[in-house]
Design a protein around this ligand. Sequence first.
Ligand code: NAD
Length: 556
Amino acid sequence: MDDRRVVRAPRGADLSCRGWEQEALLRMMMNCVDPEVAEYPDELVVYGGTGKAARNWEAFWATASHLRMLGEAETLVIQSGKPVAIFETTPRSPRVVMSTAMLVPRWATWPVFRELESNNLTCFGQATASSWAYIGAQGIVQATGETFSEIAGRYFDGSLRGRLVLTAGLGGMGAAQPLGVALNGGVALVVEVDEGRIRRRLRANCCDIMVRELDEALSLALEAKARGVPRSIALLGNAADVLPQVLEKGVVPDVVTDQTSAHDILYGYVPAGLPYPEALSLRRSEPERYKELALTSIARHVGAMLSFLDRGSVVFDYGNAIRLQASRAGVARAFDFPGFVPGYLRRLHAEGHGQVRWIALSGDPGDIYAIDDVLCRRFPENGNLQRWIEFAQSRVAFQGLPARACWLDYDQRCELGGILHVMVASGQVKAPLVITRDLSHAGAEASPYRESEDMPDGSDTIADWPILNALLNVSAGASLVSVNHGTGVGIGNAIHAGYSVVIDGSPVSREKIETVLAADSAFNVVRLADAGVERAIEQVHRTRARVPMKPETVRR
Ligand code: NAD
């Protein structure tokens, strides 16, 4: 048994597995725990509180050795981060299928989950940790930018120039916030309680400066706002302390949100009122007391967000269940501000736009730049894409295997598979590629406080959709298909489906990628049309899906 704890995915065009699909998935798994990528690689914790790449190190290395032996007509089955069996299937089948943290609904609570986890029966996988699709902040910056761009379009004449965004959390996903604000020309003030995390983000060029005092942070932020220059300031502090202090000082940010790991009040959110190291020891010594304090802090934190709302700030929940936790702590108006998906992304989803990301298995950034070039030339009419690629090339650091995430429309995503296939087959890139998608997609995520919040027909809690999405992607031939529970918002609150497809230049890989991209991208529009979203009903007939029953617009 390999006992290494520091792992980096192999690079280059040489195989250590029996085929590129297996090799690609092995590299993706290893990439997730690369110290450049994962938040706590030693513990296999990748991001989002305790989202893990494997149940434990033994399971990690067993999976690696099974992937190395796996044949081109075999499928490896993974149950909550542990490999359980290999079956004979076909080359067109997925090489890996997995299910993580799924519990029978009546038992789907954090206490039951933690007990099962401590008995080594399950693990928390988030959306992209256990499914090996996590690529760090490089995977989420543009999606964060799209959210802020929608806000800019709706409230601020199309730009955040001269606008201040106040938020918290510089973790795996939260680190994309300052870049997403900068992409729109704004000023970001981000509160983070862990100095180590801030230092890491400064090294990765995610934010410009760290400050320890609120007054200094505010004066830098307000000065940049007045001059209309983009700037990002990380303030060392606890959001539950800092937000009420900003209120007291009479400063009203233009936008307020949050990306602390509020979904997990034990391992995610840090309570205020005690020094950070003491909070960490309290977490170990008195977990129940810790959770009480965390909930009380979240109530204060959300109370301040509501006061900003009352004073005119644009306030939204950034997918971390902070409104839900605050309502549990007795904040009656917790749901007065919207979630980011129904608030800002649903219109784009209904029109068929969505995120897709590609990873260069060569490890060579040149491959990503070559793809950037081809896509910018192929889709010159997509101004957002041109702007994003230019920004990404100058500001977004590669973490682990170089990758690019892009929002594309439905037709562009259908075309993408063929474009990348030709680039691999003709040697324009040095090794095969992997395509994955993240969440924020109602067809792949039943999450009533995020992706499926506020469905016109009231179907927010229907979880058939992600299961159907996973089944569809298996039929379409994705290389890896996963279902996960608790993604983003915690146990009991969400079911998600993800996929990865390997592009190795072979005819079967071309067929797989083209089928998956067309089916998965259409599925989101189908789900929204079925729920009665007017724009999706108009668009669904433009996709390659045939819809047997005419969906009807629903207004609530
Ligand atoms: P993470 O656990 O890696 O980071 C959370 C950060 O918040 C940590 O750096 C932590 O020190 C900091 N923090 C915790 N409590 C704090 C407090 N009171 N004050 C200041 N800082 C505090 O998580 P992540 O991967 O960055 O994800 C953040 C949240 O967003 C999670 O709830 C996650 O599930 C959710 N999420 C959102 C999206 C999205 O697209 N918006 C995507 C994935 C996950």
